[in-house]
Write a protein that binds this ligand. Structure first.
Ligand SMILES: [Zn+2]
Length: 306
């Protein structure tokens, strides 16, 4: 009895030390559910993925809960949108988490925007103006072609950290890209009625979607990203919408409903309410079903107004 108990502490250390557990999964923390989906697609059985934000939140205003710092402290990899999309929560959480593997510029810090050409890159950055998009528009998760670049960046990041599994990551990536390509071909056909239609959204987060499907994003209810509307801004917006025959007002589900509905009603545009991230509505379970949902909702609005 005494001899056995002497070895108990060592046995416990061996059992609980993550490095000693054969087949332990790679712990991935994604900032948003869309990137959690892509990380699962690329990582397959090798990874265990959790998301910080839920799909009903505003990516620019995710609260910094202590539990997220704990999660990041134990993470092997962090997967993010980049372009400062996570400025409200990620830098502070990473500082609190004190995990050298995933600090900015460490190999485990996987920025999904690195292969992308961002839209709306400002010529002048002025945070004092309250702009939430200082590095260009970060809402590329609504564009399926940009998602291909994000998935590739994840496969690159995973392979950089775990070269022994590179073959698996590449195989999973190829399978997912093929699935996405098939969906993109279908969406391009389905989106034909959207071509040339104009939209105004609450926040400037529809530009990649609009560009991809031939629509024009011509204005926002916010004055700028993160800057609340004023009555004079709304009056000017409504004048422009009537003059330019804007078809649709998009209310992203995490923004207030009343004003978007009023603007739509005042200008004769159709109101369409869309999730901005995976999980924003129950139907948007992953990146592909999110784009499906948004495309169908947009088609219904546009065709209903024809
Ligand atoms: Zn934004």
């Amino acid at each position: 009895m005494r001899r056995w108990t002497r070895w108990l502490p060592l046995l416990l250390v061996l059992l609980w030390s993550p490095g000693a557990r054969a087949g332990a999964k790679i712990k991935v923390v994604a900032t948003i559910p869309d990137l959690a989906d892509l990380s699962r697609q690329v990582g397959g059985d090798l990874v265990e993925v959790q998301s910080i934000a839920t799909g009903v939140e505003d990516i620019h205003a995710v609260p910094m809960k202590p539990s997220f710092a704990v999660l990041l402290n134990k993470a092997d990899l962090v997967v993010l949108m980049g372009l400062e999309a996570e400025h409200a929560f990620l830098p502070g959480l990473l500082e609190a988490a004190r995990n050298p593997k995933i600090m900015r510029d460490a190999p485990g810090y996987i920025d999904c925007s690195v292969l992308l050409t961002p839209l709306e890159v400002p010529t002048r950055i002025d945070r004092s103006l309250g702009d939430q998009h200082p590095m260009g528009n970060p809402h590329y998760n609504l564009d399926p072609v940009a998602l291909k670049d994000a998935a590739r960046a994840i496969a690159d990041g995973f392979s950089r950290n775990y070269p022994e599994h590179e073959d698996v990551f590449r195989k999973n990536l190829d399978a997912y890209l093929a699935k996405l390509d098939a969906a993109i071909a279908r969406w391009k056909q389905e989106a034909a009625p959207l071509r040339g239609k104009k939209l105004v959204s609450y926040h400037p987060d529809m530009i990649y979607f609009a560009d991809r499907f031939g629509m024009q994003a011509v204005g926002t209810i916010e004055i700028r990203a993160g800057v609340d509307p004023t009555p004079s801004h709304i009056a000017e917006l409504e004048d422009m919408m009537r003059r330019d025959h804007v078809d649709v007002v998009v209310r992203e589900l995490h923004y207030p409903a009343g004003l978007a509905a009023t603007v739509a009603q005042a200008t004769g545009a159709k109101l369409v309410e869309l999730p901005a991230m995976v999980g924003g509505v129950p139907e948007a379970k992953d990146c592909i079903s999110l784009i499906d949902y948004n495309l169908q909702a947009m088609l219904k609005a546009v065709q209903g107004s024809a």
